[in-house]
Design a protein around this ligand. Structure first.
Ligand SMILES: [Zn+2]
Ligand SMILES: [Zn+2]
Length: 361
């Protein structure tokens, strides 16, 4: 079948101006557009042919070749028309944007006015070692952006948006680079595909407002430095009724001068005197557990066995940190430190000399 004449396809005179060609193509493209003619191969073929005709006739060089040598002249130069409809869209992306704007029936763009999930919010929280061990509830002040309620996050007065002419509502613009077609985020609408008709007063058109709020965070017993709590639905509010994002709280644990934490165990430096180490003793070791209302600081009675050496360990089973999400607790581990007296009374000196003599005999 012979290829139809391009001028006939667009129903224009052979002398048609560029502007006339554009109007003619617009009419044809709307008539045969795939969105208006779903599952109609004949319309699709017409759409492709009219696009091809416009592509040639709107280019002065190609039009000259076509006028002089017809279809064969173009084929001789390697021009083969469009493979499929998507080719047409890609090729004429910017043009379709100009011609039809938003709502011109050109599908395949994501819905920008659909409800959107709010963004996640990240925060830090500092707690004491005891709070980490036994859990706590804390109010966390948060300052972050949230969708503007006045304009439902659209940035537009009354929520009224207009299609972005630059990208035709696609949010992306194509550039020809060498032989490649590159797609980048539209600079006019920053990828939204639409722009506020008039900017919203409350948020100056940004769609976001700064929000200060307080969130109560329940810290589970046994949490450790660097762990993160996820609070579902406490992030940024959603847009247009979409669900809220999540809040992620990273926990930082202050060090405690008395204890070193090693996973679920607590290490405590236990100072004993030389006689205590030699003869054994019962000593009192502090607990990390905070004192209950009106009660004494909790503590452990620890038995130091006779003859213990510096650096040896005395364990208090269950005296450590509750295991996160599990039963049981770690241990309190006392590291024995034998103190040598720096000053001695004459009587003490005498006794130690006697002791030394007893070792020699
Ligand atoms: Zn745009
Ligand atoms: Zn607003």
């Amino acid at each position: 079948m012979a290829k139809r004449d391009y001028y006939e396809l667009l129903e224009v005179e052979r002398t048609a101006s560029k502007a006339e060609l554009k109007i003619a193509f617009r009419t044809k493209a709307l008539e045969f557009h795939p969105d208006r003619n779903p599952d109609d191969p004949e319309a699709e073929e017409q759409f492709k042919l009219c696009s091809e005709a416009y592509d040639i006739l709107s280019d002065a060089d190609k039009r000259l070749v076509y006028d002089q040598y017809g279809h064969e002249g173009l084929q001789g130069r390697g021009y083969s028309g469009f493979g499929d409809v998507q080719d047409v869209f890609t090729h004429f992306q910017d043009l379709f944007g100009d011609m039809f704007g938003m709502g011109g029936g050109f599908g395949r763009r994501p819905r920008r006015d659909a409800p959107a999930r709010g963004a996640d919010v990240r925060a830090h929280m500092q707690i004491s070692l005891a709070e980490a061990a036994f859990g706590t509830k804390k109010e966390l002040p948060l300052g972050h952006a949230s969708p503007c309620e006045v304009c439902s996050g659209t940035g537009a007065e009354g929520g009224e948006l207009i299609g972005c002419a630059t990208c035709g509502g696609r949010g992306q613009v194509a550039h020809q680079r060498g032989g490649f077609l590159l797609s980048t985020t539209c600079p006019s609408c920053r990828g939204q595909g639409s722009r506020p008709k008039n900017p919203c007063d409350a948020c100056q058109g940004s769609g976001e407002v700064h929000q200060d709020r307080k969130v109560e965070v329940s810290v589970p017993a046994g949490i450790d430095e660097g762990q993160t709590l996820r609070l579902g639905g406490l992030g940024q509010a959603g847009r247009l009724g979409g669900p809220a994002g999540d809040l992620y709280v990273s926990v930082m644990v202050e060090s405690d001068p008395r204890f070193e934490r090693e996973r679920d165990d607590l290490y405590y430096e236990l100072h004993v005197s030389y006689p205590q180490a030699a003869l054994g003793a019962q000593v009192v070791v502090p607990s990390l557990e905070p004192a209950a209302e009106g009660e004494d600081e909790p503590s452990f009675d620890v038995v130091v066995p006779a003859g213990i050496q510096p650096g040896e360990l005395v364990r208090v089973p269950g005296g450590g940190i509750p295991r996160l999400g599990r039963r049981g607790r770690g241990d309190l581990v006392c590291v024995v430190q034998v103190d040598v007296p720096k000053e001695l009374s004459p009587r003490a000196q005498e006794l130690i000399r006697e002791l030394a003599e007893s070792f020699e005999s």
